[in-house]
Ligand binder design. Structure first.
Ligand SMILES: [Fe+2]
Length: 239
């Protein structure tokens, strides 16, 4: 991120940079130091998912001024927030799916409720949908088509080839992918993951080593209408 992001932001004239950071602290969770590293690399807003609670030190900061989100549709009373209005420029929302991931509150109805509460400006609304099932993510994209600027999937760490503009003007991709080691199983050391699958015993996972893939999605949005006008995938390798 440190090596690539500043140059890419300049090259593409990026106004807002969002990163899902739920696994940046050695492969699991988010710490204050790793959050700060991402902010200094040029990330504006951090989204997350089911792993946001793993490093307990970050939990108090979820209620601070820091632009770090946890999924909106956790049960009421959970620390942190599920959306942020960034710089009066865009609303960034984090939601989490339920299929093969957990019994969260309904993400579809949570979005209905939030969109009803939001004012007309800013018109730009970006949703990170942190979910396992491709079908649930596509369904959300279609459900929110024309109501938000973008629905971008995260959680699987495997980028999909379906970046597209939906009919009513929402930019959509099933999964952005990850920034992490290529020689790995979704970022984790291959041998450790294979041990787990072959023995069915719990093994401590460690982050893979070597060359790193950087997966990103670039969206262009009309700031007046909130409609997306372009979406493209940006992939790089480092190391
Ligand atoms: Fe996740």
């Amino acid at each position: 991120m440190k090596e690539l992001l500043p140059g890419l932001k300049q090259q593409y004239g990026v106004n807002l940079t969002i990163a899902n950071a739920e696994n940046v602290a050695g492969g699991l969770g988010l710490t204050l130091a790793t959050a700060d590293e991402l902010f200094s690399a040029g990330v504006d807003v951090l989204t997350s998912g089911n792993h946001i609670w793993v490093q307990k030190e970050i939990i108090p900061y979820l209620d601070s001024e820091m632009p770090i989100l946890r999924p909106l549709n956790y049960p009421p009373g959970v620390p942190g927030r599920g959306y942020i209005v960034f710089n009066n420029q865009a609303v960034v929302i984090n939601i989490i799916g339920r299929t093969f991931i957990g019994n969260f509150d309904c993400p579809f109805r949570a979005m209905d409720k939030l969109l009803a509460e939001l004012g007309p400006k800013p018109a730009v609304i970006i949703a990170d949908f942190h979910a396992e099932a491709t079908s649930e993510k596509m369904a959300m994209g279609r459900y929110l088509d024309g109501r938000v600027s973008a629905v971008l999937g995260t959680h699987t760490h495997v980028g999909t080839i379906d970046a597209q503009l939906l009919p009513q003007g929402t930019a959509y991709v099933t999964d952005i992918g990850m920034t992490g080691p290529i020689d790995s199983v979704i970022g984790d050391d291959t041998d450790a993951v294979l041990d787990r699958f072959l023995s069915m015993m719990p093994h401590r996972l460690t982050v893979g080593k070597g060359k790193v893939t950087f997966n990103a999605i670039l969206i262009r949005v009309d700031e007046e209408t909130g409609r997306a006008t372009g979406i493209e995938r940006i992939n790089r390798e480092v190391g």
